[in-house]
Unconditional design. Structure first.
Length: 292
């Protein structure tokens, strides 16, 4: 799933080359990809791309529409990649048989910005919103504070995570903190030497400070890595610089203990027993009691 670092670098790279581009047409091959109807996508014919921003794991594409389809308007196209989406820029239009494209923004210079999705779930979506109504959008309103680039204050972070549920789940809750998902939460908790099973209500202020530093360090290091390694055109799969997530069976990069994993129906959680759980191993959540 693309998370804050992946969305951030995509917005930077595509936004830098797309500013000032004019949209020739906007279509949605994915029949359920558009979650808004007023204004319709057709008003984007003739619109100018102003910038591409990020909010949590969402793209915000700033647009100025003033073409023949309607009166001048400042609009924002909100893009959610969900678990398998990608936002990519191509030099030519998609082929008629391309089944991965969900939304297509064809540009006047021949390029095409595509929201693509891999797999069968078809969950990625866009909303076209008037800027005057952007502050009332339920999805944006529900997001918590940004995980990066600002460092979260330990007291505020501890308060946000105060519920009696595992920190691993709380950090992935976009209503609590925006931008962190399944991949980077493993890296963050390993960096902070915290058990993924520790309950947020049990966090000390010192642990919250370690966690805040780890969030800033891990996400910032990932963005810097992408800045060095990536350029347009972006690949379908980004080379995520992960040291713990999905590294179960490999040695911990800090202490060389074998990294363990807990498998859930839709994801895997990885951790180091020595660094994070006091030597305790939970190999199968169905057969072992939850670590405290």
């Amino acid at each position: 799933m693309p998370e804050l670092p992946e969305v951030e670098i995509t917005a930077r790279l595509i936004g830098a080359t797309l500013a000032g581009a004019v949209i020739e047409s906007a279509t949605a091959p994915g029949i359920n990809a558009v979650k808004s109807f007023d204004p319709p996508l057709t008003v984007l014919a003739g619109a100018e791309v102003l910038a591409i921003r990020r909010r949590g794991k969402l793209f915000l594409i700033d647009l100025h529409a003033g073409g023949p389809a309607g009166p001048p308007a400042d609009l924002t196209l909100v893009v959610h990649l969900m678990s398998a989406g990608r936002l990519q820029l191509f030099d030519r239009p998609a082929a008629p048989r391309d089944r991965s494209s969900r939304v297509l923004l064809r540009l006047a210079d021949g390029r095409e910005l595509r929201l693509r999705e891999f797999g069968t779930r078809q969950q990625a979506w866009v909303k076209l919103i008037r800027n005057s109504e952007l502050g009332r959008d339920e999805t944006l309103q529900a997001l918590g504070p940004e995980a990066w680039p600002d460092t979260l204050e330990p007291e505020a972070l501890r308060a946000a995570l105060r519920e009696p549920r595992p920190v691993h789940a709380a950090l992935r809750d976009q209503h609590v903190i925006a931008g962190i998902g399944r991949s980077w939460v493993d890296e963050i908790l390993h960096a902070a030497r915290l058990s993924p099973f520790k309950r947020g209500s049990d966090l000390t202020l010192e642990e919250a400070a370690l966690l805040a530093d780890a969030i800033h360090e891990c996400l910032g290091r990932a963005v810097a890595h992408y800045e060095r390694e990536l350029a347009l055109p972006l690949p379908d799969k980004l080379p995520m610089p992960l040291a713990v997530h999905r590294r179960n069976g490999e040695p911990c990069p800090r202490c060389a203990t074998t990294i363990e994993a807990v498998f859930y129906e839709e994801h895997v959680m990885c951790y180091c027993p020595t660094c994070q759980t006091g030597g305790r191993v939970l190999k199968d959540r169905r057969l072992s009691r939850l670590l405290k």
